[in-house]
Unconditional design. Sequence first.
Length: 428
Amino acid sequence: MRLGGRLAGAIEVLADIETRKRPVADALKDWGLAHRFAGSGDRAAIGNIVYDALRMKLSHAYLMDDDSPASLGLGVMLRQWGFTPESLEKELADDKFAPPLPTDRLKAYSSRRLEDAPLHVQGDIPEWVQASFEENFSDDWLAEAKALTGRPTLDLRANTLKASRAKVLKALERGGAEPAKIARNGIRIPAGEGPSRLPNVTAELSFQKGWFEVQDEGSQIVADLVFAQEGEQVLDFCAGGGGKTLAMSAAMNNKGQVHAYDADRKRLAPIIERLKRAGTRNVQVHDDLSSLSPFAGRFDRVLVDAPCTGTGTWRRRPDTKWRLTDKNLEERLAQQEEALASAATFVRPGGYLLYVTCSVLPEENENQVYSFCEDNSEFEILSAAEAWEELFGTDKPQPWSADMKTVTLTPASTGTDGFFFCAMERKA
């Protein structure tokens, strides 16, 4: 397929997402099934156009003076893929599958300035979350919002139970792998441009051998900040697919115990195969909270990777940005309070409660942990900023820390997905 056919396909998918209110991954999968003639490169390019369009949906619509799928796709070409109106017209010429280039939209693009748009449009975030961004990032909120519109990198974690980072880098050098800037065992493959696609690293023999896991660098960093030690008893209370469980198990060199629990059995299911591939021997998996009752008040460290709005992952899941509502936020806040209260019962005196979200909203982060400590005086907030310095030093990208205790990672500050981390100690 030439660019015109790929652009037309992306416009179809964007229309499907808009009319049927469905996740982007589902829409792309169905398009591929209905157009089996499209090769893998075509499907990747169409996916890139769709994701690029959704990341910058508001600003594209403003500059094109139209929010239709066709205008969003056109905005991608002109703003993100390096075309000018003239070069795009030349590229699409004689392509019978290419969508038309409406002159009124091109004229609007040439005459409108993004600086004149409302600030939430410039930042490509829902208007109702602007106040939360301002509260969290002060004068830098717009830059932080804009950083969430970029393409994400492909991040991996070397599994030190089986291979060193250097060994994994050597195995993946043809894919452009390089050391991550912050995470101690992190590996990064830079995001591509235009139609380029990231390598399918899970097809590599080194992945099948368990040498590495796919995991955002921010997720690796907060797992490191747990400081899980050899011989300890650790609980991953909202383990999901087990990314942080695996990272902590490796950090503990398979010594001690990591208990992985999640109330959602569907989310937890992939952990079993991942544990086998990684060669972990110190992980126990729980899908029933009652099975943890014998361990109440006995864990050295309890990690609560709480359910959240996922605002920190908007680069990877831009469609969720436009489905988020204040009701969704309220539901997540209630779930976070419940998770913290339940998890706290498993922390031994002198042990640690570690709270993590992949959100950048203060309602889910600082507000939650300070409120929890006010209601539970036996817990006090420690300085994660000091732990960061001990682990990673001061010569690397630094996270946000409004109180010099909790830390917030963001694409703009640390080059990672957005994550919040807080460490609390239960008084002995």
